[in-house]
Design a protein. Structure first.
Length: 499
């Protein structure tokens, strides 16, 4: 009874705004940390406004021209980004398809037929045989039929099926636009991380090469002392073993660098075999990262915006499922010309037409519509859970980035001191060995300690730069949710004349 009243009220608005039976969409609440501060504070003074991250070209915060150039190449040539842009174009076209239902559908089906009727065809309204059992004779005929028919149909959107379809299509369009921005953010961050990792390996190669250099000098010294009868063969073997081990380390570091170089080539859409990155050791410091407040993350993360738009889509799908319980009203018309002779086809007597309306009201569907509505509601609840999980993951990644940079900053400071101590240790060990106070084992130990300390110092600097990249990525890379609001399709009057 209640449903009948709703249908009657909507019928009064037959060609007006209509009744939308779908649920109103509102973004559900998401779990969030304290509104004013992050749990872990960085050890440097942070920039306050979020606009300090360049819009789009967030990597410019690192002030590295070589990185800027590689990022621009990625935006132009990365095939994953090309595919993401094509998906956005597809979603935009599909949204325009949904708006087509706002307009009448007109089609024409002209035809020409030349036919012959059988002389033994059955007669309508008469016996097939005459009195006395003799078959009734009819003459065969041959004729032409020319037709230019038109058909017109229009769905009256009283209960919001079309509106919900367009709303769902636009939500999908905006979600796809956010997915494109997220793909761009992920790929540009991956390139920046690979770039700084490669630069760190350049610095590490330099450290190991320097170690190989002074270890060779040490081997020359021990050989001369051995030739003079001062040093033992054991000391020569110890220094030679250390040198060989360090040379092996150098080869492994160079191999790792080559792998990062190949990864960068693929990101730039180039064959790895013909791509080279010039050797430039890493000499950089992490820039101050503008964190803002935790609530900003919900507006600055494209993946969170994509999950939110998925909720809007599923909400519209619930509305579509609800409209299946209400009448489906269609206005239709047909007309055109039909004639046996082409010369009289467009004459007034050849004109025919018809007008009609159809209201399809589901009565018994075997529970299909009820089950579809339940499935749509479950899909919506699933999208809410996915959205909240995306929010939790976003906050976790920001906190991880802040914590990593804080720890790495402290570790790098102490490791720098450790490198200075290791250099003094090696100098003292060399002097004591030359003076005959200690064995060469102390020098070997000091050389190993210095190499390990210098490599760790370089690695910590590289990790610091990579962590800065991932923190900027976790903050959305300067992106803002308002950038996808313009991605929506509305019905345009000109569509009524488009095929």
């Amino acid at each position: 009874m209640k449903r009948a009243k709703v249908a009657g009220a909507c019928a009064l608005l037959f060609l007006g705004a209509g009744c939308t039976v779908g649920p109103h969409y509102a973004r559900p609440a998401a779990p969030a940390p304290a509104p004013d501060a992050w749990k872990t504070q960085p050890p440097w003074e942070q920039a306050a406004p979020k606009d300090a991250i360049p819009k789009g070209a967030w990597w410019e915060v690192f002030h590295d021209p070589a990185l800027d150039g590689y990022e621009q190449q990625l935006l132009k040539a990365n095939q994953s980004l090309v595919a993401a842009r094509d998906r956005l174009d597809q979603a935009r076209s599909l949204a325009r398809v949904a708006t087509a239902d706002y307009f009448p559908q007109l089609s024409a089906d002209p035809g020409a037929v030349r036919e012959r009727g059988s002389g033994n065809r059955p007669l309508n309204g008469a016996s097939a045989t005459a009195l006395g059992g003799t078959p009734q004779s009819v003459p065969p005929y041959t004729q032409s039929v020319y037709t230019i028919p038109f058909s017109l149909s229009y769905e009256v959107d009283l209960f919001g099926r079309v509106r919900n379809n367009v709303e769902a299509a636009n939500a999908t369009l905006q979600s796809t636009a956010a997915d494109l921005q997220n793909a761009q953010l992920v790929l540009t961050a991956e390139l920046a991380a690979d770039y700084f990792s490669l630069r760190e390996l350049d610095a590490e190669v330099q450290v190991v090469q320097e170690s190989v250099g002074y270890q060779r000098k040490g081997l020359d010294l021990v050989n001369r002392r051995h030739d003079g009868g001062i040093a033992s063969g054991l000391e020569v073997a110890q220094q030679a073993a250390l040198l060989d081990s360090t040379v092996s380390q150098l080869a492994l570091v160079q191999q790792t660098r080559a792998q990062y170089e190949h990864a960068i080539a693929v990101l730039l859409g180039q064959p790895a075999s013909g791509f080279n990155v010039p050797v430039v050791p890493l000499k950089a410091t992490p820039p101050p990262v503008p964190l803002g407040v935790p609530s900003d993350v919900l507006e600055r993360r494209p993946d969170v915006s994509s999950a939110e738009r998925q909720m809007a889509y599923q909400n519209a799908e619930v509305g579509i499922a609800r409209t299946a319980f209400y009448p489906h009203i269609t206005l239709s018309g047909a007309g055109g010309w039909q004639s046996r002779d082409l010369s009289t086809l467009l004459n007034a007597p050849s004109l025919f037409w018809s007008l009609g309306a159809d209201a399809l009201q589901p009565i018994f569907e075997g529970g299909r519509n009820r089950a579809n509505l339940a499935a749509a509601r479950a899909a919506y609840e699933q999208s809410v859970a996915n959205y909240r999980q995306a929010v939790l993951t976003a906050f976790q990644q920001v906190e991880d980035g802040i914590s990593n940079l804080s720890t790495l900053s402290q570790a790098l400071a102490t490791q720098t001191a450790a490198v200075d101590d290791a250099r003094r240790e090696l100098e003292i060990a060399n002097n004591r060995y030359i003076g005959g106070v200690t064995s060469y084992l102390d020098v070997i130990t000091a050389q190993t300690t210095l190499l390990t300390s210098e490599r760790l110092q370089t690695q910590l600097l590289g990790q610091q730069m990579v962590s800065s990249v991932y923190l900027v990525k976790a903050l959305g890379g300067g992106w803002d949710a308002g950038e996808i609001k313009s991605e929506q399709v509305r019905p345009q009057a000109g569509q009524i004349l488009q095929p």
